[in-house]
Design a protein around this ligand. Sequence first.
Ligand code: NDP
Ligand code: ZN
Length: 176
Amino acid sequence: MVNLDLLLQTAEYAAKKHRDQRRKDPEQTPYINHPLGVTRLLTSAGITHLPTLQAALLHDTVEDTDTTVSEVCTVFGLEVATIVKECTDDTTLPKAERKRRQILAAPTVSLEAKRVKLADKLYNLRDLLRTLPLGWTDERKLEYFAWAKKVTDGCQGACPPLEDQLKQLYQEVLGV
Ligand code: NDP
Ligand code: ZN
């Protein structure tokens, strides 16, 4: 049985951290909808491991807010902090290098981090299909899909229900 109190405490913490941020869609959806949706993709795929669900809620806090891995470790423990760290890009690097490293790192991270990565990419791809962010072209969307496929191909076997949904999306959009 998942500890709902701890899960909701984590959601509240993530909501505070992302409170001033919006998604890139034209509606400027509150950012917290994304970590909540990523976590829901995991629960609907049957994942009940609490640290994985907590890491999904927190997966963009270190990359996109002033939160540090050590703060996550102090508040939520080493297991959660380790998964979050595995899902965090080195933001000091140029964007293209960060994207290259995500592809290389995907097969090397823990099972839990692979699951969060699969859900993260699935959520973002569905978001892009729903509405393109302002300034994005169809070409950029297709580039994003092609890159995401390279990352999720490195996470194979971690969560078949999510992989099946991704496979269907790639087939529809990329034809592969
Ligand atoms: P970004 O990394 O800038 O944006 C995608 C990320 O934004 C997602 O991974 C997601 O990350 C977050 N996000 C926020 N809102 C949304 C949303 N509504 N839908 C989907 N994702 C959302 O974009 P790119 O991946 O395109 O990275 C930039 C790269 O694109 C550069 O390497 C550059 O060379 C290239 N580029 C290409 C252009 C083109 O026209 N082909 C033009 C400009 C740049 P999270 O999960 O962390 O929220
Ligand atoms: Zn994310």
